[in-house]
Design a protein around this ligand. Sequence first.
Ligand code: DGJ
Length: 729
Amino acid sequence: MPILFDEKQKLFLLNTKNTTYAFAVAERGFLTHLHYGPKIADCDVAAMRRPFCKSFSPTLDNIDSRDTALAECACFGSGDFRTPSILVRQSDGHAVLKLTYKNHFIRKGKVKIPGLPASFAPEADVETLEMILVDEKCRLECVLLYSVFADSDVIARSAIVRNRGGEALRIEKLASCLLDVGWEIEKFDLVSFPGSWARERRFRRTPLSDGVHTLASACGITSHRMNPAFCVCSREATEEHGRVYGMALLYSGDFASEIELDPFGSIRMTTGINPACFAWELQSGEEFHAPEALMIVTDGGFGDMSRSMHDFIRAHVMRSPWKSRPRPVLVNNWEATYFDFNGEKLLALAKSASELGVEMLVLDDGWFGKRDNDRCALGDWVENTRKLQGGLSLLSKELQKLGMKLGLWFEPEMISEDSDLFRAHPDWCLQIPGREKLMGRRQFVLDMGREEVVEHLFERMRAILDAAEIAYVKWDCNRYLTEVGSAVLPPERQMEASHRFVLGTYRLHELLLERYPELLIEGCAGGGGRFDAGMLHYVPQIWCSDDTDALERLSIQYGTSFFHPCSSMGAHVSACPNHQTGRTISFSTRGIVALAGTFGYELDMTKLSEAERTEAREQIALYRKVHPIVLEGDLYRLTSPECDPIVAWQNVSKDRKSFVVSWVIPHCTPQQTALRIRLRGLDPERVYADWKTGERFRGDFLMNFGLIHELRDRAGDGAGVIRVFDSAE
Ligand code: DGJ
């Protein structure tokens, strides 16, 4: 049994494969956290409780103070002065709560979270603890959920608030997860993934200093600016060693993760919906579910944390059947044509791509309504037969003749002012009466919280998807939310609009997946503006960034890989000079970097030189060889683009019989001799043979000595190497 309750000590033990999470019911029914770390077989509550600091920490009976106790759930205004995990306004205007133990259930299986993404597993492989706390005064129940999986160290958490009283309540904050750790000698760092458009998820490691550090999005979507996943790690932690706590939220809207170092050396981590953009009215008898959060701890460094997260997300979060299927090699016409295309141009592009082995044409923005530029037509999801004579149906048939499939771009949640949809339903977009609506990429945002909006979008998408053979959808979202108000919500519910937007977006995903379970959907939001574990519940891959420059991508893909599997990272070879940076990098290195994720092209393939066409053919053959390893194997980040002169990474098959190692030297420096790259994760006794050259090495040699990269003067920036090895036995 992974979840144990010791009645005598009132102790709960959550045992994963390698870790123990322990807490107990203490005096007067408060939950007190005891341990999260490597496995402990016997826990003695008395020996593990944190002695409290009396000075300035109010208490009822001088036994314990909420302020210095480690918590599972922290109420506002009741003696714990750290970041609260719950704040609920009551009819008397107060928001003070005292949540104490009422009862608990330990059940097989996993609780579903209505309308929100959640991890899953067969009932026999997961156990859930439902811990029910109560505030006697306002008769509010708070349920803390903990799910432990047989095959993983990841624990899934979430929370529910139930109004059992007679008066309405207003939830102003409900964190999905609170974790109190620390009060050790060790010093800790905070690792976050900030960025902006075209610079997403940059790895940032800073010493964790006193006070509260908030990592958040108030953009209405996950955003490019910050990712809802972070680590707290020991200052000594490296890729392969040291304590790392990881936390990721399954949510694609406004989030806030708060990390607090308190004056007594303990660290509190919370994550959940951003309270600055949220409040929820809860009538008597109703309940509210917070999104799910994932947490993990390891002493095996960042690499171990990432590999566990990748396995967990692939097995228990992603539901697409495509998660373990090789993805089609595609060509996307966006950077090849932008809005300037017609059927003929597309077919010429597809033909030249198909000759090289490309399997799918993705028709990006501009195929619908009067959309010849980004000023109009979002929402008018009808084929533009002026541009595409014969429509999508003919295009898909022509592609079939070339042995190719058709993929199609949508931006469902958006609406242009110049659109038939806006003219018919001006109240369907988010707005606040009497306030100007801001434009973002000259478009407004639909009020996805309204059922009729979601239904309309589903009907429109269904009409398109049924009219032609469409095997793939790219789901884009190109602006942040402002003036987040809904024409149909009463004033006291306006702060629900942002969360309702997210629920509506997820609902549309549900409808599509129910109807088209085989559809491959790639997420996107102006590149990687909605790259989170919640979205990966619906889509198996997400366009990593609008920055397709191979050197920039090294950092973007590196940061993304901390929590998200390689198989989820949309990556393409694009043209040079690169459209975002103006830089020119060799065709070969562009391929190496794109091979680290899902693979495709985003350039005019009719313009490739003969030499490039030969290389593209080779890249696609290589893709077929390496993709299964990238899709399901283990990732080892060998070096870091943030501080090393060489960026190297390795994917190893689960049976450790095959691996692919790649490296890029971002900046050429003259008068250097060579670099040695030591590999990881291999079977030390196995002999591996290079797929191309036949060269043989034993695993211990590769891991303890390594491979040599000779540095050449005048090699140019971005020289790259990719090598694939198979077991020689
Ligand atoms: C932003 C996406 O990230 C691009 O790849 C492209 O689809 C454009 N939108 C189209 O408008």
